[in-house]
Design a protein around this ligand. Sequence first.
Ligand SMILES: [Zn+2]
Ligand SMILES: [Zn+2]
Ligand SMILES: [Zn+2]
Length: 1011
Amino acid sequence: MPEASEALKGPTGSRESKQAPDPQKGAPKPLKATLNLPQTTFPMKANLPQNEPARLAEWQKADLYRQIRSARAGEAKYILHDGPPYANGAIHLGHALNKCIKDFVVKSKTMAGFDAPYVPGWDCHGLPIEIKVDEKLGRKKLEMDPLAVRRACREYAEKYVDLQRSQFERIGVFGRWNDPYLTMSKSYEASVVETFFNFYGDGFVYKGLKPVYWCIHDKTALAEAEVEYEMHTSPSIYVRYKLTSDPAAIDPALAGKNVYTIIWTTTPWTLPASLAVAFNPETEYIALADLSGSVYVIAEKLHIDLVAKGVVSPAMENGGLKILARFPGSKLDRVTFQHPFLDRLILGVNADYVTTEQGTGAVHTAPAHGADDFATGSRYGLSQLCDVDASGRLRNGLPEYDGLTIFKANNPIIDLVASRGALMGREEIHHSYPHCWRCHNPVIFRATEQWFIAIDTPMPAVGAELDFDPAPSTTFRQRALDEIKNVAWDPSWGEERISNMIATRPDWCISRQRIWGVPIAVFLCEKCHTPLNDRAINQSIVDLFRREGADAWYTHTAADLLPRGTACASCGMEDDFRKEMDILDVWFESGCSWHAVLDADPDLRRPEAEIPADLYTEGGDQHRGWFHSSLLTSVAVRGHAPYKTVATSGWTLDEQGRAFSKSLGNGVDPVDVANRLGAEVIRLWVASVDFREDVAASEALMQRVSENYRKLRNTLRFLLGNLHDFDPATNAIGGTGKLTPEDFAKLEPLDQYILARTAELDAKIRRAYDTFEFHRAYHALNEFVNTDLSALYLDVIKDRLYTFAPNAPARRSAQTALWRIAEALTRLIAPILSFTADEVWSYLPKVEGREASVHLSLFPDIAEIVPGNTRDLLSDWELLLEVRERTFISLEGSRRDGLIGKGLDAQVALAAGRSQFEVLKTYRTQLSELLNISNSSLTHTASLDSVSGSNGVVISSGPANGRRCERCWRYTQDVGHEQNYPGVCLRCADALAAIGYPPFTSAAPQEVAAK
Ligand SMILES: [Zn+2]
Ligand SMILES: [Zn+2]
Ligand SMILES: [Zn+2]
């Protein structure tokens, strides 16, 4: 089947009227000029790279976003809360995917009648910008005061906010771009510190020594979300620790023996911090004798492995290994060992996390450098000493390694262990190891003084601000877990992912030793270091930040900020406080956005009892990032999750599933695609993928989407071209408003059918928008355009549109359907193809009271397409379309036999069983049009009565009888019956008379060009 739009192509064989008929010399215009061919100035070539910026400028001039807001004012609110991208660099394809998804949601909700504001935001504080500024300033930074550094960071962020804003606008994302939210604004900073004080005042916050992920390159603590696992090569060593307590206390068989245990570590640099060896109390251990007579205590499950590796060389006895004793790990609790090279006793401890999957079953424990180790150390009252400084250098150690950075200290420490005769084995392993997500250097665990939010804090007692009644035993963690269940997670596995993260997460380390952020605005007693926690003082700091921004923490002294006579609650010392200079984790900051933005912004605010946001939608990694931190802050302060639905998207990858990288040269730059192919291509690409999965992008895919766009555009152009002489107010069959069954019945059956299909499409697309399954909308649209419109409807109605008298009711019926389809399609695609829909809108026939832009309009009311249930109609058409398909097969046979050429050369006889006959009879007068033939006959054949479906119709085709009309090319019996117009059929004669065409004279009009 040809594309519908082919009628619009090229001069020869085309039916588009390019110029007005030539009235010169009074000669009658050629017959071709009497056809109602499509006419439109809607350009075939979209020229998107030029036209999109022009349309953007128009939208800006008209302040379309503000107009949309006013048009929906007072309607039910739908709040999609923008997760702020980080303001450091141009946008990439992942940003474009994310912002287009949000734009589809906001626009489709707006067109569904909601008041759906979109206030974009940016994450402005934090390490990436501070590092960039560090690089720029170099050594100069050391001499600059913090305020100057903060100013430089602010300028850097502003630059990229402006860049990204222009890029997001370029790809057609609507929003309050002239007034976004910035996490570095005064009001935002004040809300962050206010939220912090909420935690602080309610007793969630403590300052403590704790091993945290630490980047020695950036000299800062890192959140879990800032750590990425990459492969890393580490030394792997086995070290023996000599038992110093009485071996007979473990087992009498060990009395008087030289007993050791063996630990395994991949971080030799932590050995100076070794304080204990942990054994699982439930695990079975053995005492294995070696050839020299020493005895080694190791897990029974691992001893074969250790013998195989040569870590121990066992003595043999009775044809087996010489095992002196077996005992559970609980027997090793509180025994003592000698540190391999320091003058230090090492305690045997019990811990459940010790496994027998690898190593020896005896775990070297350095409380300063591991979370488990730290917990065990606390249980046994061990020191948490940390002799690794912020830049990763070992301090207070032996000369062999003192002052070295940890990774450089590994070898000297291994040598030291060897020189003391304690090294039992050595190899290298390549393993997954935590790295800093910023600088990609390996990170370490390091015990430092940090601020924490205790995740297992009991929820505060019922306060006025809480609208729920937490059981006394409900902890913050449990409340957060409960709240996860009240949220719709899309895709659904998100619920389990975030639940697991919340269930197992350690306390939240919220402090960072940097400058560019919101300070932990707490005062500490100079004498006893106790933090001040006074509601009035805390509130005064919130007010200060609201006036002056967080810079105020750096411009004022503690004495300036505190009322005279402020006393330490612990030691009573007056007026002697210093400011805490750590800043808050940026995840804490962005996690406050529901309060800083949704609570505070009049466009977004809802009553406090309601959940602030309908939707958060970001990449799937945000279960540990923004979704996570937002949940925690909101549950602590409000008792509820801040969102009703959370939708996550996958990664953007190339067609081979690889990440984009400069070295592979496989990147797809959304701004570049917009500038070469059009933003519509990016938008349509986003709509074409299921964003829940990882999505593929490449230049080839963009070209393919661009080709789909061209097809869609040509179909829209065909619709517009055939509405050139259609004024809905006077020409629409059944009027312009909602359709009643009576109005609908006035339309030709095929036109009714295509409207019923349009109604189905409308329902499909609306459902897809509601469930954020934009790819379903995309596929439904493509199928409708290619199958229903191009291959069927637009092909069949050409005869009616072109050859009937302009005002013939059957032609107006087709135009009415085209107009209603065009109106519906334009609105339905507007959320995705925002530029093109608005362009088409301006070409559609004007109707009184219609909005100036499609983006101000609503989705079509279903009654503007069909008056109600169309099930019977659709089931009739199932049969009709099957008969049509089978007729084409029959015609193909006649063509092969040389009986006919074009379809219009043919006639078809249909013999049908009773039920099929009854249906076909109803459509008797439309059958020839539907089958694209000159004429048809229909008879009932009783022998087919028992055959069901289209098999109950026997189709035979042959050459048409009669003469061919020179104008419409149909064969009819009435060609030449009207004497004024010899050579044409009566229907064409009527059409000619209707347009006042002069009677044919001696000069016969030329034939119409080929269809
Ligand atoms: Zn780093
Ligand atoms: Zn004090
Ligand atoms: Zn004709």
